[in-house]
Design a binder for this molecule. Structure first.
Ligand code: ATP
Length: 239
């Protein structure tokens, strides 16, 4: 079954066309990447899929549900990691997870909370206030929140942005493991090398348009390169 189908999606902010009619789709059980430089339109696309932003035109479906008409149903089956960390700095990490588990998984919140606490890997620091956390700790907490109820689709906006190599590696491993728990993953990144290792398939996006699509191997083959950074440079004509 297709987890996500996006067709001719357009998003305008006033006169600026941030997403210029992109299309992509992928199956359940995959890790799919939207990859591109700053301002390419990745976050905009992910926010539309998370039902937080209305598309200007075009279509987007998640497990057959329409982002315009089925917002409530979609929100029940997705987990979303926003690019920017939110507030809540006066709560402890544990309280933050507990609050979310109670809101989004009222029927089995104890179980969800326990799993979320484990996913953070924060140990005793989970009981400290979020305001005292490093950037990497906040990222882990938010990622655990997005994954703790094992959503059918996790939408992760730049999951490793700003993290050092150790924490980025831990997060990549956590994302890979979630697939074995039945979670399909859609993520964005501007780290092309990371994506080459993590994603089964991807769309390379530049300036609101898709410039290449397929498995990392296909894209390397088509561009005659051996890494996605070189492939990207070749495709956008800067080389
Ligand atoms: P980054 O990697 O820098 O986060 P991105 O690929 O996620 O980039 P978007 O955040 O989707 O890109 O932005 C695409 C374009 O839309 C950019 O030119 C950005 O300035 C613009 N944009 C994004 N959000 C808004 C907004 N709320 N109002 C006006 N313009 C916006």
């Amino acid at each position: 079954m297709n987890a996500v189908v996006v067709k001719d999606l357009v998003k305008k902010y006033g006169r600026l066309v941030a997403v210029k009619g992109i299309s992509f789709s992928f199956s359940e059980g995959m890790i799919y990447g939207l990859i591109g430089p700053n301002g390419a339109g990745k976050s905009t696309t992910l926010r539309i899929l998370a039902t937080l932003l209305e598309p200007t035109s075009g279509e987007a479906k998640i497990f057959g549900l329409n982002v315009k008409k089925d917002k409530d149903k979609i929100r029940k089956i997705i987990g979303y990691l926003p690019e920017e960390a939110g507030g809540y700095k006066y709560l402890t990490g544990y309280e933050y997870l507990e609050m979310n588990a109670k809101i989004y998984s009222p029927d089995n919140y104890g179980e969800v909370l326990e799993y979320g606490a484990l996913l953070t890997g924060l140990g005793d620091r989970l009981y400290d206030r979020i305001g005292s956390y490093s950037k990497g700790m906040i990222r882990r907490l938010l990622l655990a929140r997005a994954l703790m109820n094992k959503p059918r689709l996790a939408i992760l906006d730049e999951p490793t942005a700003g993290l050092d190599v150790i924490h980025a590696t831990q997060i990549r491993r956590m994302i890979k493991n979630m697939v074995n728990e039945g979670v399909t993953i859609l993520l964005s990144s501007h780290n092309m090398l990371e994506v080459q290792f993590l994603c089964d398939e991807l769309s390379l996006i530049n300036n609101g348009e898709i410039v290449a699509q397929g498995t990392p191997e296909d894209i390397l083959k088509d561009t005659g390169t051996d890494n996605l950074e070189d492939a990207f440079m070749r495709l956008v004509g800067n080389e």
